[in-house]
Write a protein that binds this ligand. Structure first.
Ligand code: DC
Length: 224
């Protein structure tokens, strides 16, 4: 247990650049980086693999509670019950399923409980959709990172290409909009900006500029 761990909460829609920035900022600060989207993706992957219906909330809760999810800090790799699923959780099928699984209140409760544990032993940079609103409402640093929908779709498409997949931009954008709408409109912990979060539109900015902007916010919010 460390005495006053600092939590940097970064929320925002898909493709805004949260993961890239959160990882870099965590490295610069020497904090632990936690990708909470990967956790929902992992539960979704398990559900898809064993044929769980995505509207079977009871079974999804059981999977979320039973899942042994490990995020390896140094490599950024993600493990489900000991198996490296880092690539398997990045498909479009899993993206869609993750957004559906993430709407289940009991699944969220199970993930939030796991997420809170990270800040018991370390200062963290945690990114997701509800970090500043639900997981760590008392976080000292909260950032809502946004970007133009087309820019976000281009980033997502780029990620798919890097993972050896291809997809038309309009398809990626349509799919992303559907998921974002579901994430924003769900009843439980919807994606929204916390009142005390700093809004950052990263659309026209280079990665280094966004990184510096985030570090500046961290310095301002932790200096007193
Ligand atoms: O950030 P991502 O695209 O890997 O997230 C996958 C899905 O999980 C996405 O639809 C939103 C959801 N999610 C969530 O509801 N709450 C979080 N804290 C993180 C992700």
């Amino acid at each position: 247990m460390i005495r006053n761990p600092i939590v940097v909460a970064i929320d925002g829609p898909a493709g805004a650049g949260k993961s890239t920035i959160a990882r870099k900022v965590a490295a610069r600060l020497g904090f632990l980086y936690v990708d909470t989207g990967a956790m929902y993706r992992t539960v979704a992957l398990w559900a898809l693999r064993n044929g769980t219906e995505l509207d079977d909330w009871h079974r999804l809760e059981q999977l979320a509670l039973a899942a042994d999810i490990r995020l390896e800090a140094e490599s950024g790799r993600v493990f489900l019950n000991g198996e490296d699923v880092s690539e398997a959780i990045r498909t479009e099928l899993v993206s869609d399923a993750a957004s559906r699984v993430a709407a289940v209140p009991a699944v969220r409760r199970a993930m939030v409980a796991k997420q809170k544990v990270f800040a018991e032993t370390s200062s963290i940079v945690m990114e997701g959709r509800d970090i500043g609103t639900v997981v760590f409402p008392e976080a000292r640093v909260k950032i809502f990172m946004d970007a133009d929908p087309t820019v976000r779709a281009q980033r997502r498409q780029q990620q798919l290409v890097e993972n050896g997949r291809s997809a038309a931009l309009h398809e990626v954008e349509g799919e992303m909009r559907r998921r974002d709408t579901r994430d924003r409109e769900r009843a439980e912990a919807p994606l929204l900006q916390a009142p005390d979060a700093e809004y950052l539109d990263a659309s026209g900015m280079a990665i280094e500029e966004v990184e510096e902007a985030v570090l500046k916010i961290v310095r301002e919010r932790t200096s007193h």
